[in-house]
Design a protein around this ligand. Sequence first.
Ligand code: PRP
Length: 179
Amino acid sequence: MPAPYLASSLITQDQIQDRIVEIAAEIERDSPGDGLIHLVCVLKGGFMFLADLVRAMGDRVTLDFMAVSSYGKNTKTSGEVRLLKDLDQSIEGRDVVIVEDIVDTGLTLTYLQEILRARAPGRLRTACLLSKPTRRLVNVQVDYVGFDIDDQFVVGYGLDYAEQYRNLPYIAMLDDGGA
Ligand code: PRP
C-alpha cells in the first residue's frame, strides 16, 4: 500500500486559533475569582493545544504534563492505559483541567479522569480540541470541545501518523492514494 499523503485541510490554522481563544475564555469564566487554574497536558498529542491554550489565558495558569500510551491494539477497547510519565506535582484541592488533543472511544480519557479524581482535586474539568462522537464507547464527560469531527483519520496540530505530521499548524486528513 502506498504511503498515505496529506489530503485537504479539515480545520484551518485560523479556525483552530479562533476556537482556542473562545475555549480559553470559557475556562477562565467558569473559574471565577483569582484562584489558579492547573492545566494537565496529556502527551504527546496535547502539546500544541496546550501551548496555544495557555498563551490565550491570563496569569492564573499553572501547568503539568503526563504521558500515557495504550497497551496496544488488542487492549485499546479495554481502555487499559500505561502511565509513561506521571505528574510532577500533587493536584489535591486544585482546579484541574485535563488538556487532550482528541477524544475518540473515550476510554483513555475515562481512565485518566479516574486516576486523577482519586487524587482529590478540588475540581476536574476536561478540554479536548477534537471529538469523534460517533466513535464513543463510553459516556465520558468533556467540558470543552473545540470541534466535533466525523470518523476519519486526521493528523496535524499534535496528532500523528507514525509520529509524523504532529507539527502541522492545522488539522488535515490523510489520503491513501486510492489503495
Ligand atoms: C490519542 C489521543 C488520546 C487517545 C484518544 O492518543 O491523544 O489520548 O488517543 O483515544 P480514545 O478516546 O479512543 O481512548 P495516542 O494513543 O494516539 O497517543 P499520542 O497522543 O501520544 O499520539
